[in-house]
Design a protein around this ligand. Structure first.
Ligand SMILES: NC(=O)c1ccc[n+]([C@@H]2O[C@H](COP(=O)([O-])OP(=O)(O)OC[C@H]3O[C@@H](n4cnc5c(N)ncnc54)[C@H](OP(=O)(O)O)[C@@H]3O)[C@@H](O)[C@H]2O)c1
Length: 253
């Protein structure tokens, strides 16, 4: 049996992506800190296709030791696709940002994603049909005012994943690496970034996608041979593209 791993599946893009992959008949390993929401997602998947296996992992991925433990706990499963989606943002100027929140953000958005990507590539790069998809942001290609540190974490995600895609392709590896770059999407993202209890996108954000639409774009990227799936910041159209960052191959003397 093959599985699709989705981190941050308890809400938003991760939750809807789990449903989208389940609709494709994929068994799931879903991870986040909120067990109840993951259980609810598991019941919803059972309604879509009761023959699917759904494994739940409750884990705080901002703690590096948990990240290794989480990966090790999946040794007995054959993982076809790995989606690093868990992440969050922050709105504040650099001099005014809450450093406890920022440290957690760096651990989750950068460190956990790098460790999980590296371990998955180490074990599966030569397995036919495997993919790693990392969730960056439009802010991983454009710096957004008052979200400089968050954008820098997503520049990292984009550069790391595009570079990984180049590396795998140059080696002729079986695995494909891809990066999804959403623009504003209606999820719990805004309220977590702003540290508020409720946020309504309608009326407050001029343009946005629903999490369901974003999960559809993720499937388009999954089905394609392209490396980057990015939302145009003006038109909000979704585009599949080749790597965007410049890349040079290293020449050894
Ligand atoms: N929404 C947007 O406008 C937008 C735009 C561009 C990119 N993105 C990116 O899309 C991804 C998904 O975000 P979203 O918009 O769907 O927001 P969301 O609804 O807040 O979902 C974030 C997910 O990450 C999980 N998570 C947060 N902290 C975690 C931790 N320490 N350990 C494990 N899981 C954790 C959350 O679950 P728990 O709280 O249960 O742990 C939740 O399932 C993020 O990487 C975000 O940066 C979002």
């Amino acid at each position: 049996m093959k599985y699709t791993v989705i981190t941050g599946a308890s809400s938003g893009i991760g939750y809807e992506s789990a449903i989208a992959f389940a609709s494709r008949g994929k068994n799931l390993i879903i991870a986040a800190r909120r067990t109840e929401e993951l259980e609810e997602l598991k019941s919803k998947v059972a309604e879509i296709n009761s023959s699917l296996d759904v494994i739940i992992r409750t884990v705080d991925l901002s703690v590096p030791a948990n990240v290794y433990e989480f990966y090790e706990s999946l040794r007995n499963y054959q993982i076809e696709t790995w989606i690093n989606n868990a992440g969050f943002g922050n709105y504040a100027s650099v001099g005014e940002q809450n450093l406890n929140k920022i440290e957690t953000m760096l651990h989750l958005n950068i460190e956990a994603l790098t460790i999980l990507s590296s371990l998955y590539v180490r074990d599966y790069a030569e397995v036919e049909g495997t993919q790693i998809i990392n969730i960056s942001s439009r802010g991983g290609y454009t710096i957004v005012a008052d979200a400089v540190t968050y954008c820098a974490t997503k520049f990292y995600v984009s550069a790391f994943t595009e570079g990984l895609a180049q590396e795998l392709s140059n080696k002729g590896a079986a695995m494909q690496a891809k990066v999804l770059a959403p623009a504003a999407t209606e999820t719990e993202f805004a309220k977590r970034s702003l540290d508020i209890d409720e946020f309504r996108y309608e009326g407050a954000v001029p343009k946005f996608h629903t999490a369901q639409e974003m999960a559809g774009f993720l499937l388009e990227l999954y089905d394609s041979q392209k490396v980057v799936g990015i939302v145009d910041g003006e038109t909000y159209e979704f585009e599949l593209r080749d790597p965007i960052y410049p890349y040079v191959t290293r020449t050894r003397k």
